[in-house]
Design a protein around this ligand. Structure first.
Ligand code: SF4
Length: 223
């Protein structure tokens, strides 16, 4: 099964996922305001090592306390920030990361990053403490609508079980395998990642539910 077929099968089954949700709203957007881009960046940091459900609670707390802006995050005490985002886990560490990223965005405003060439923006984001490849790619793809495919544990699990990569494939290797085999297209990258997440949650779980899986006839694990 090719990566294009996998995408088409998942899309047909689950439909458009409407990522990235903003203000708890899942819908396709043609453009984003700077406030929305900022919310995506904060969400991308908060979602490290936790589920999106917990991130939404943390984002709602930040919103409720008028703390979803660069200025507000910078002026709020780290302890208070950590209390707002408690639901997302590792909250002290994440509060520090939010402050670091807010300071970074003061130095490199959203409009500057938006205008930047993809690789340059990625490199710059990767230089920020607490931003690794997955977070950087999520920000570039979902906040700035630039083509940078997001790899996560779900992607690695599904694609390796299907037999298109090794279980211990590196981030960059898997990113290359995928991007070499699909078109460079922001909407496709956006939807594909979200669909893989959905599929991992529904069927390709730690203990996979192969008998009900829509990819089962083509999956190596199932042969
Ligand atoms: S058949 Fe099983 S291992 Fe393969 S993708 Fe489906 S759930 Fe995952």
């Amino acid at each position: 099964m090719t990566l294009v077929q996998i995408y088409q099968t998942l899309l047909k089954e689950y439909g458009s996922q409407g990522w990235w949700p903003i203000n708890n709203d899942y819908k396709k957007r043609n453009s984003l305001t700077n406030e929305e881009k900022f919310e995506i960046i904060i969400g991308a940091i908060l979602t490290q090592n936790t589920s999106w459900k917990q991130v939404e609670k943390a984002l709602n707390e930040l919103r409720k306390n008028n703390c979803l802006s660069i200025k507000a995050i910078l002026k709020t005490k780290k302890k208070t920030l950590a209390a707002y985002i408690k639901s997302s886990g590792y909250n002290n560490q994440k509060a520090e990361r939010l402050k670091i990223v807010a300071a970074f965005l003061l130095k490199h405003p959203l409009d500057e990053l938006q205008a930047m060439e993809t690789e340059k923006a990625r490199k710059l984001l990767l230089s920020v403490k607490g931003i690794g490849p997955e977070t950087a790619d999520s920000i570039i793809l979902y906040a700035f609508s630039k083509p940078s495919f997001v790899i996560d544990a779900y992607t690695r699990r599904i694609i390796s079980r299907i037999g298109l990569c090794q279980k211990d494939v590196t981030y960059e290797e898997l990113q290359e395998i995928i991007t070499q085999n699909i078109s460079v297209d922001v909407s496709l990258y956006n939807e594909y990642h979200a669909l893989l997440v959905e599929h991992a949650k529904r069927y390709c779980q730690t203990k996979p539910i192969c008998e009900k899986c829509i990819l089962r006839t083509l999956c190596e694990k199932n042969i």
